[in-house]
Design a protein around this ligand. Structure first.
Ligand code: UDP
Length: 310
């Protein structure tokens, strides 16, 4: 297939490109490098099945060549990034998704949206099934990401209903692994970077808030299965093993054998208190479940950080 991916130079996007090239697809990567990195896609540049288009999908619709599949992955996704780039994030989720859908419609291509567990906001239901409508503060600092992605889901499903476009929506829960930036700002890259440098590990609040962390290879397998499936979703992909952020910090300190201490900082506004995916639907409809446990995934990620993120 000829597959166009927006946000392909990002963390998950670049892993997805690698898997698609390995499966002999032709991949067009569209990225404006607001948070994506040239080095993430550098290894693909020599591949004859890879093309890079440096454009902002929220402003321009690239590609005249026939496309079979559009993957919409363009957006800042770390809270630190989307709060630093609030307008760009809103535009990426809204105009970027709209432009990518128009492209899919023009080519009669399939369309997959990378949505997020943030559509559930600060959830009052735990774990979160896809049927839960969420608890989002529409004017809070996180709303630039949460509401943009909720709009993205809404517009994707409107195209499905109005034009019978082949649409799929994946709700991506916290994911980690190789190629995360040390300056990413999210918990796992922050703690690993701090632990390896001997800096204090910065736990926000009292660290009792929970998350569930999925290794990137598991995430990619889930997305590929959704691409090939019949259903539109939305479908949760994530690891259902829930833990507190403080326990995560302690685990990373232990695996890295770091002498760093743990310090407590202010909790960001509207930081979700709990998060865990209900993956019943992914198990039943995609025969997918995560295979790499947190200890193994963290070891691999830490090794990568030691080599690449000095
Ligand atoms: N967090 C933390 N210290 C950090 C970065 C994040 O305690 O240096 C917390 C953050 O407040 C949240 C959790 O870790 O409760 C996960 O945050 P992250 O930014 O990784 O992703 P989120 O789930 O908030 O999108």
């Amino acid at each position: 297939m000829k597959i166009l991916i927006t946000g392909g130079a990002g963390f998950i996007g670049s892993h997805l490109i690698e898997a698609l090239l390995n499966a002999d697809h032709f991949v067009i990567c569209v990225d404006n490098f607001i948070t994506g990195l040239e080095e993430n896609i550098a290894p693909f540049r020599k591949n004859a099945n890879f093309e890079l288009v440096t454009k902002d999908i929220s402003k321009e619709v690239p590609a005249n060549e026939k496309i079979d599949y559009v993957l919409s992955f363009a957006s800042p996704a770390s809270p630190v990034d989307y709060m630093k780039h609030p307008i760009e994030t809103l535009k990426a989720g809204a105009f970027g998704t709209y432009n990518a859908l128009e492209l899919a419609l023009k080519h009669k291509a399939s369309f997959l949206l990378a949505s997020t567990s943030e559509v559930y906001g600060d959830p009052e239901v735990n774990p979160q099934p896809e049927t839960y409508w969420g608890n989002v503060n529409s004017i809070g600092p996180r709303s630039v990401y949460d509401e943009a992605k909720r709009f993205a889901e809404a517009v994707a499903f409107a195209y499905l209903r109005k034009y019978s476009l082949d649409v799929k929506v994946v709700r991506i829960f916290n994911t980690y692994g190789e190629r995360m930036r040390s300056v990413d700002g999210r918990a796992i890259p922050n703690f690993i970077d701090q632990a390896l440098k001997g800096d204090e590990l910065t736990v926000y609040g009292d660290g009792s808030q929970t998350r569930s962390f999925c290794y990137v290879a598991d995430m990619i397998r889930g997305i590929l299965k959704l691409m090939e499936s019949e259903g539109a979703g939305p479908i949760n992909i994530g690891n259902p093993v829930e833990m507190t952020v403080l326990a995560l910090a302690k685990k990373i300190k232990e695996i890295t054998k770091s002498a760093s201490s743990i310090v407590f900082k202010d909790l960001p506004v509207n930081d979700p208190k709990q998060r865990r995916p209900d993956i019943t639907k992914a198990k039943n409809e995609l025969a997918w479940r995560p295979e790499v446990d947190l200890d193994e995934g963290l070891k691999r990620t830490i090794e990568w950080f030691k080599k690449n993120n000095k």
